[in-house]
Unconditional design. Structure first.
Length: 595
C-alpha cells in the first residue's frame, strides 16, 4: 500500500469513527449534509457508507452490505438515497416510504427467527433523518470484531446463501465474498490454534540440532528454570518444551525453532525478502534490485532477513559520545520486532503452509506481511496494550528463550512490548510511527524509511544548526518540507504533548531558526539561501497576526513609509516568503503568507 493510499485510508477511517459517534442529539441537517457532501464529492459510496434507494423489499444486496460491514469495520447504510449512475450524483428517492422500510428493518433484524436474513444478526442502530426535506433511514452496523460475544459467532453471512458463499467483507465501495481461508480465519478466531502442535511427517529427533536445544536448556537453567525437575533424559526435556511429542516425534514448533532445515518438510515456510526499484510492486516480477529466500531454523532465517534489509537501506554516520557509528535509516530494533512478530504470530495451519512471510523493501518504506490476521480479541484499537497473546504459545516460548546466532540477545521477548519498542525506535529516529494494517487473514507492518531526516536533509541541518537536538532537527525538517511546522506535526512525529511541542517551537523561534507562521501554533523556517532582515521578519509577523493586508496597511502597522517598504515586499515575494493577491499594477494588490 503506497503512502497516498495510506493517507486516503486513514482519512476514511477517521471519517467512519466520527460517524460512529453521531446520535440522536446531533443536528439533523448537519449530519445528512456531511454524508451527502461526502457522497457527492466522491461520486460513489465508500468502505463505510452505502446509499440505497430503499424502494421495494430489503433484498439480498442490502443484507450483503450488512454482512460486509459486520465482518470488517462496521458502516452506515442510508435508505432513501438513490444514485444517478450516469452522473454519479445522489438525490432523495422519489416515493420513499420510511414507515414501510422501518417495518421491514425491524422484522429483518428481529432475534429468534427460524431463518433470519443474516446469521448471526449483528449489533445495529436504526435512526430516522431527513435530506433536503425528504425522509431517510440510517442503519448503523457495528463491527463484530472486538466484541468477544459477537466475535465468537463470526462471520456474518447471508443465510439463504450459506456460510461458504454468503459471507462478505467491505472493500472500498463494494461487498466482496470472503475466500474459504478468510471464512476459516473468522470461524476459528477465538478457538485455540493447535497447528504448531502438528507432528512433522517423516521427521526424527536426529533432524533437530542438538547444539541448539542444549544451548536452549542451558539458557533456561541459568535463569532459574526447573525444566529438568523430576526427569533425566534430554528427550523428556524436549517433550516438556513441546519440541517433540510423547512418541519422540518432532512437532512443527520445535522443527521451526530447532530443526537443522525445516524446509525439508515445509518447503514454503521461509522468509522472502524482495527489494523493489519503485514505490509499488511492478507487474514485471523479475524487476528486483535484490531478492533473498531466508531459510533454515527461524533464529537464522530472521537474522538473514534483517541483514538483507539493512544492506539495502542507506546509512548515516552519527556521533555517539566519542565514537562515530553508522546508523541505518530505519532502527534495527524496529525491523527486528516486525520480522520476529511476523514469524512468531503467523498462521501455520495447513491452509497457508504454502505462504511465506513476505518482506518488501521499497524506496520509501519496508513492509512486513504475514499470513493470519490478528488473533483472538486483538484489534488495531487494543494492539498497543502491551499484553502478550500468542496464536503459537509453544513457538513463542522457544523463540523467547533461544539466543540469537550472535548470542547477544534472545530471538524474541514475548512480553507484549514489541509494538512499543517499534514505536520508540521510530520515534528516536524522528520517523513516522509504524503503520499496522490488519485484514482478514493477513497482517502488515509498514516502517517508513529515513522519512524527514534523509542524508540531504541531515547535511543541511548540520550546516544551519549543528548543535540542535534530534527533536529540533525533526521540527526544522518538517518546516523545510511543508513550509511550516505546527504543534500538531510535532505531536504526530515526536509524540510530544502540546505544551512541550509549543516550547520547542518557541525555542527555535528565539534562536532565529523559525519565525511566526499563519497562526500562533505554526512557525515558518527562519533560514534559507538568503537571511531575512529584521524588518522583513517583521512584515511576516504582521501578516501572521493580521492576515491579508495591503502595502499601506503593513507600513502603517510597522510605522514605516510605503516607499521604504516596497523593496522589502518585492524581495519577500521573490523569495516565496509572502504571496501577492493581485498583479503589481492592481490597486487591489494585497499580501498574505503562502498557504
Amino acid at each position: 500500500m503506497g503512502v497516498s493510499l495510506y493517507v486516503v485510508m486513514v482519512s476514511l477511517y477517521v471519517y467512519c469513527a466520527l460517524l460512529s459517534m453521531l446520535g440522536y442529539n446531533e443536528g439533523v441537517s448537519e449530519r445528512m449534509n456531511d454524508i451527502m457532501a461526502r457522497l457527492e464529492r466522491q461520486r460513489n459510496d465508500d468502505h463505510c457508507i452505502e446509499a440505497k434507494s430503499g424502494t421495494g423489499k430489503l433484498d439480498t444486496a442490502f443484507w450483503k452490505a450488512v454482512s460486509s460491514f459486520a465482518n470488517t469495520d462496521g458502516g452506515l447504510i442510508v435508505l432513501g438515497i438513490e444514485e444517478e449512475q450516469a452522473s454519479g450524483t445522489f438525490r432523495p428517492t422519489p416515493g420513499f416510504d420510511p414507515r414501510r422500510s422501518n417495518d421491514q428493518l425491524i422484522s429483518g433484524f428481529t432475534e429468534g427467527q427460524a431463518k433470519p436474513p443474516v446469521t448471526p444478526i449483528p449489533k445495529h442502530n436504526i435512526e430516522s433523518d431527513e435530506n433536503e426535506g425528504s425522509p431517510v433511514i440510517l442503519v448503523r452496523i457495528h463491527p463484530m470484531r472486538g466484541d468477544v460475544q459477537m466475535g465468537k459467532q463470526m462471520p456474518c453471512y447471508v443465510t439463504a446463501q450459506g456460510l461458504r458463499d454468503g459471507a462478505y467483507k467491505r472493500v472500498l465501495d463494494g461487498d466482496q465474498k470472503l475466500s474459504s481461508y478468510e471464512v476459516f480465519q473468522l470461524t476459528t478466531l477465538y478457538q485455540p490454534d493447535d497447528s504448531e502442535q502438528s507432528v512433522v511427517d517423516g521427521a526424527e529427533v536426529s533432524d533437530l540440532d542438538s547444539h541448539a536445544w542444549t544451548g536452549l536448556i542451558e539458557s533456561l537453567e541459568k535463569r532459574g528454570s526447573r525444566i529438568r525437575q523430576g526427569i533425566k533424559s534430554e528427550e523428556e526435556v524436549l517433550e516438556r518444551l513441546q519440541v517433540i511429542d510423547s512418541e519422540s516425534r518432532p512437532i512443527l514448533a520445535g522443527m521451526l525453532a530447532l530443526g537443522y532445515y525445516p524446509q525439508q518438510f515445509y518447503p514454503q515456510l521461509y522468509i522472502d525478502v524482495a527489494v523493489h526499484p519503485t514505490k509499488e510492486k511492478s507487474a514485471d516480477t523479475t524487476r528486483f534490485l535484490d531478492r533473498a529466500h531466508c531459510d533454515g531454523p527461524l533464529p537464522l532465517a530472521v537474522e538473514d532477513a534483517i541483514k538483507v534489509i539493512l544492506r539495502n537501506l542507506r546509512t548515516r554516520t552519527v556521533e555517539h559520545g566519542s565514537t562515530m557509528v553508522d546508523e541505518p535509516e530505519i532502527p534495527e530494533i524496529a525491523l527486528r520486532e516486525a520480522v520476529v512478530n511476523a514469524v512468531m504470530h503467523r498462521d501455520y495451519s495447513p491452509q497457508v503452509q504454502g505462504r511465506q512471510v513476505q518482506i518488501d523493501v521499497f524506496p520509501d518504506r519496508v513492509e512486513v506481511n504475514n499470513p493470519g490476521g490478528l488473533w483472538g480479541d486483538r484489534t488495531l484499537d487494543n494492539l498497543e496494550e502491551n499484553r502478550s497473546m500468542s496464536r503459537n504459545p509453544a513457538l513463542a516460548n522457544l523463540l523467547s528463550n533461544l539466543p540469537t546466532p550472535s548470542g547477544s540477545m534472545r530471538v524474541a521477548e514475548n512480553e507484549g512490548s514489541g509494538i512499543q519498542r517499534m514505536k520508540d525506535g521510530m520515534l528516536e529516529y524522528g520517523l513516522p510511527q509504524p503503520k499496522f494494517d490488519a485484514r482478514i487473514g493477513e497482517f502488515t507492518v509498514v516502517l517508513y524509511r529515513f522519512g524527514l531526516l534523509d542524508p540531504e536533509m541531515s547535511s543541511w541541518l548540520d550546516s544551519i544548526a549543528p548543535e540542535s537536538s534530534r527533536q529540533e532537527r525533526v521540527a526544522l525538517a518538517i518546516a523545510s518540507g511543508l513550509g511550516a511546522v505546527s504543534v500538531r506535526e510535532l505531536r504526530q512525529h515526536l509524540g510530544l504533548d502540546s505544551d512541550d511541542a509549543r516550547k520547542l517551537l518557541i525555542t527555535l523561534s528565539r534562536s532565529g531558526l523559525l519565525r511566526p507562521g499563519s497562526d500562533e501554533d505554526s512557525f515558518r523556517l527562519g533560514v534559507g539561501d538568503k537571511e531575512l532582515t529584521e524588518q522583513e521578519l517583521e512584515v511576516i509577523a504582521v501578516l501572521a497576526k493580521h492576515g491579508e493586508s495591503s502595502a499601506k496597511e503593513i507600513a502603517e502597522m510597522m510605522g514605516v513609509s510605503v516607499g521604504s517598504l516596497r523593496p522589502k515586499l518585492r524581495r519577500l515575494v521573490d523569495a516565496g516568503e509572502i504571496a501577492p493577491t493581485a498583479p503589481q499594477t492592481s490597486r487591489m494588490r494585497k499580501y498574505r503568507l503562502p498557504r
